[in-house]
Design a protein around this ligand. Structure first.
Ligand SMILES: [Zn+2]
Length: 236
């Protein structure tokens, strides 16, 4: 099995972080060497799948949707429609620690399937937009998990812990720094962010009151410019 160091697979949700990662990857490896993988896991905010498709079309990148809607079981309001999503008027109301939106095993599953696809196409680089600075406290967004998963994928797929490199360009960035990174990647990235989706409630325009909306809004506010997504709706 050959694995090219010059190709990358981006785990792509259609959200702010993975959209920034997609353009980071295009910038690093070239458009023709990048492909994406997106998961329909029965998420309540399914509108993000439409965003993912639109962003890939615009960037002329292959959109590859993996359909696993009945696999992940959780009381997280992201996948259980009977659970109510918490709403806040600002981030100070969000209790620290693990949020109830956590879906156990989600990134383990996604990265395992990404490893399979990367192996199929001979791709050595996997990119994911996880960030340990996010308030969610998700265990599968930490660097220690990524290091462990990288070794596990290599060991299990190619008998070599070092075959895959899992890139996490946002791991230690604040949301403000992620916004600044997107800006540094140019207009194409910012235009893609106008199509991206972050709101856990699945609303367009975004609800502005869920944990994800509040973190996104604070990032743009601290970076000192308007979120292209919100600006688009305000212009309507
Ligand atoms: Zn929201």
């Amino acid at each position: 099995m050959n694995f090219s160091q010059d190709k990358a697979l981006v785990v792509f949700s259609g959200g702010q972080d993975s959209t920034t990662c997609l353009h980071w990857a295009i910038n690093k490896w070239g458009r023709e060497n990048v492909r994406t993988i997106t998961f329909d896991y029965g998420q309540k905010h399914r509108v993000e799948l439409q965003s993912a498709r639109e962003i890939c079309d615009k960037a002329k990148i292959i959109f590859d949707l993996i359909y696993i809607p009945d696999v992940l079981r959780s009381s997280s309001p992201l996948v259980d429609i009977s659970e109510k999503l918490d709403q806040f008027s600002n981030l100070t109301q969000v209790k620290p620690g693990l949020q109830n939106t956590f879906v156990p095993g989600r990134n383990i599953l996604f990265l395992s399937i990404a490893g399979n696809l990367a192996s199929h196409f001979g791709i050595a680089n996997i990119v994911t937009g996880v960030c340990q600075e996010d308030f969610g406290g998700y265990y599968d967004c930490r660097q220690s998990f990524i290091d462990s998963m990288q070794a596990t994928l290599g060991e299990g797929i190619a008998g070599d812990k070092s075959i895959f490199k899992i890139h996490t360009p946002l791991m230690d960035l604040s949301k403000k720094e992620t916004v600044m990174l997107a800006k540094s990647l140019g207009d194409e990235c910012l235009e893609a962010l106008a199509l991206s989706h972050t709101c856990y409630a699945g609303l367009r325009p975004p609800c502005g009151k869920c944990h994800a909306c509040l973190i996104r809004a604070r990032g743009f506010e601290e970076a000192g410019f308007d979120d292209p997504l919100v600006k688009n709706y305000n212009a309507l």
